[in-house]
Design a protein. Sequence first.
Length: 81
Amino acid sequence: MGAGRARRARSFEEVARRTLAAEGVERPEEAARAFVALADGFALARMARPEPQADRRALVEGMSALLVGYLASRGPGEGTP
């Protein structure tokens, strides 16, 4: 991966980490890697089989489910998803 691509990937992961931490995710670094991996997977799939509307909907639903899962993993008394 080129230096520019690596920098962009780290930036995207950092934005995800900060957003997830603000939402109350306990392990935002781990969760950010999962969110970036999900987005990367959709980007690769789109190259092979572009379906913008279906991809967008599935990506949003997947990220929502991922967020709910991380929020649900909080212990009792740590807020609700």
